[in-house]
Design a protein. Structure first.
Length: 263
């Protein structure tokens, strides 16, 4: 249950060059939390700490200034990092979430993406890697909120701005789908997964390829986790998700995208 159904939707997007970017670090191990705050503040960030999921959600609700990014540990007392991410996304809050996972647990990565995380970092990690991931997410979300509409210029990374599918327009860098007057938000991982399938239109793509190429997972991971993402994407794109015409299942392999509604 979402304890803060209305207030959690408040968030903003700061320019990557803005020195006052506000980060929320959710970590129950005090020495790690304090160390992260010290190093992040040394980089010019404003950092708020939360020791558990309940306080993280409370801070997202009550903070006068919204956060630009959340560093979220998976293993927390009370509600988990997965539940925190799910609650935020269910409330329409798409603040970037960098999830900290236990090394050797690829299932945590899959669960984190399913909950709505934008990226992950296994513990223990190098500070330089953490800083690079944070900067990359802030830069990506800054471009997502400042990318101009279809027909205008793309961000510097050269990714296509949009893909038209019938009356729907997929804005990869805006992280949303336009369907008439309706606007469907996407997580970064949903956008990346959909873009990968579209780039390989007409070809069967294995679940293993999606895990490796989209999520960077090379461990022995349960590839069925991809299925949950496909179910969600079908709800966004298909007129009849139970009888899809675009995101097709290739039995024994994975999935195939067809813009024309192939069989």
């Amino acid at each position: 249950m979402n304890p803060f159904p209305e207030q959690l939707t408040k968030f903003a997007w700061a320019s990557p060059e803005t020195p006052t970017r506000r980060l929320l670090v959710v970590e129950d191990e005090n020495h790690i939390a304090v160390g992260l705050r010290f190093n992040l503040e040394a980089e010019g960030y404003t950092v708020t700490l939360a020791e558990d999921g309940e306080n993280a959600l409370r801070l997202c609700t009550q903070s006068v200034e919204p956060f630009d990014l959340i560093v979220l540990d998976v293993m927390l007392p009370g509600i988990s990092g997965f539940e925190v991410a799910q609650t935020l996304r269910a409330a329409g809050n798409y603040v970037p979430v960098l999830m900290l996972t236990a090394r050797g647990r690829p299932e945590d990565v899959v669960s984190g993406f399913a909950a709505g995380a934008d990226d992950y970092l296994p513990k223990p990690f190098e500070l330089a890697v953490l800083l690079a991931r944070i900067q990359a997410l802030l830069r990506r979300t800054y471009w997502a909120r400042h990318t101009e509409k279809p027909g205008k210029a793309s961000p510097p990374n050269g990714l296509p701005v949009c893909f038209e599918l019938g009356e729907k327009v997929i804005l990869f860098d805006d992280l949303k789908i336009l369907d008439g007057e309706r606007e469907v938000p996407l997580t970064l991982m949903e956008s990346n997964l959909l873009k990968y399938l579209i780039e390989h239109e007409g070809r069967a793509v294995s679940r293993k390829s999606l895990l490796e190429d989209v999520w960077g997972l090379h461990e022995d991971t349960d590839t069925r986790a991809i299925d949950n993402f496909i179910v969600r994407l079908r709800r966004y794109l298909e007129d009849d998700p139970q009888n899809p015409k675009h995101l097709l299942t290739v039995r024994g392999v994975g999935y195939r995208f067809e813009s024309g509604g192939g069989e």
